[in-house]
Design a binder for this molecule. Sequence first.
Ligand SMILES: Nc1ncnc2c1ncn2[C@H]1C[C@H](O)[C@@H](COP(=O)(O)OP(=O)(O)OP(=O)(O)O)O1
Ligand SMILES: Nc1ncnc2c1ncn2[C@H]1C[C@H](O)[C@@H](COP(=O)(O)O)O1
Ligand SMILES: [Mg+2]
Length: 205
Amino acid sequence: MSRKEETLGNVTILDKIKDAKIIFVVGGPGSGKGTQCEKVVAKYGYTHLSSGDLLRAEVGSGSERGKQLQAIMQKGELVPLDTVLDMIKDAMIAKADVSKGFLIDGYPREVKQGEEFEKKIGKPCLLLYVDARGETMVKRLMKRGETSGRADDNEETIKKRLDLYYKATEPVIAFYEGRGIVRKVDSELPVDEVFGQVSKAIDAL
Ligand SMILES: Nc1ncnc2c1ncn2[C@H]1C[C@H](O)[C@@H](COP(=O)(O)OP(=O)(O)OP(=O)(O)O)O1
Ligand SMILES: Nc1ncnc2c1ncn2[C@H]1C[C@H](O)[C@@H](COP(=O)(O)O)O1
Ligand SMILES: [Mg+2]
């Protein structure tokens, strides 16, 4: 057992995480995952962990690993599963004592990521599927790119991210539909209306 997984009485920190609500937030690039998660944090006090944000923090640290990650992300490709899962696990452990629930935004990106998460961390009780049309997502990302400073908010990388989403991530939704835990929200609607649908899904837990 690592130091981070030390026991608290007879309960390990990982046991605590398993007992917390875990929500996967999945959708295409620019569909509105981060926007909705912010609102969930404000209303429900959940902990928002975006795999993309965790990776960008590592890039921002200037570390050797960050440089390798940056090269992958700039091309719109997926970083290795172990890297991203370790980052999420560490971030969850750091919040285990105070968290009412976890929003895991941008993960799983492929079915294997979901399977590994469940082996190493725990089971999700809900997959929020933030759905928008490809054309809408591209428009939103091009607009966001005017101010975001994100190296991947450019036309060429957006196209690759979208292609990869359809190929690798949409099967994740089908996989969890088989479990009956997917709730789809229509992110073509204004932000507050989308959030109304998100709130219904969370209230039903
Ligand atoms: N329902 C909405 N209507 C209009 N604009 C929206 C809506 N939801 C989000 N946006 C805007 C806010 C941002 O500028 C942009 C992308 O939203 P954002 O929440 O950052 O997407 P995301 O987190 O799914 O993208 P990424 O996967 O690239 O991180 O679109
Ligand atoms: N779950 C992930 N697996 C692999 N790579 C990931 C994951 N989450 C984010 N990334 C990389 C690849 C993405 O294009 C960028 C940006 O992610 P975003 O969710 O759009 O912020 O990071
Ligand atoms: Mg985001």
